[in-house]
Design a binder for this molecule. Structure first.
Ligand SMILES: Nc1nc2c(c(=O)[nH]1)N=C([C@H](O)[C@H](O)COP(=O)(O)OP(=O)(O)OP(=O)(O)O)CN2
Length: 135
């Protein structure tokens, strides 16, 4: 089994619903997503996948869709207000926790046909969440 890991950095704002504490209020993070991809065998170049292909596909999506945006749950009352103000937002079906952002990136990588097995989202230098499918 071969494994490659690509790190993708991006910034986002969010706030958590159903949460009591400082993260219930709008705030931002400089995040790092560590995307792990695996393959049983290598292609004719000796690669699981070209790192450049991951950047051209998944990093481009992250840059265009979630980087420098407010990631908010669809149920968040702040969402229509920020949209009316023309602020860049990304609507999530779930609470925008590190866990759910890791899953969001995993599922987008899958949609793009990447052989993703795990996404670790470092929300702060000391706190991360991981999403992977059970084997
Ligand atoms: N399991 C989770 N716990 C928390 C999440 C999360 O996404 N999943 N998110 C938050 C906040 O959004 C944010 O990450 C703040 O976390 P916290 O570590 O409390 O904040 P700091 O980096 O400022 O840490 P300090 O030690 O207070 O400096 C909270 N929990």
């Amino acid at each position: 089994m071969f494994r490659v890991v690509q790190e993708i950095s991006f910034c986002y704002g969010h706030r958590l619903l159903n949460y009591t504490g400082k993260c219930q209020h709008l705030h931002g993070h400089n995040a790092r997503a560590l995307v792990t991809l695996e393959a049983e065998s290598l292609d004719d170049r000796g690669m699981v996948i070209d790192f450049g292909d991951i950047k051209r596909s998944l990093q481009t999506w992250i840059d265009e869709q979630i980087d420098h945006r407010m990631l908010l749950c669809r149920d968040d009352p702040a969402l229509p207000v920020l949209k009316d103000l023309g602020e860049p937002v990304f609507e999530m079906d779930s609470n925008p926790t590190a866990e759910n952002i890791a899953r969001l990136i995993f599922e987008e990588a899958e949609r793009r046909g990447l052989p993703v097995v795990e996404v670790v989202l470092w929300e702060t230098p000391r706190s991360s969440a991981t999403y992977r499918r059970r084997p």
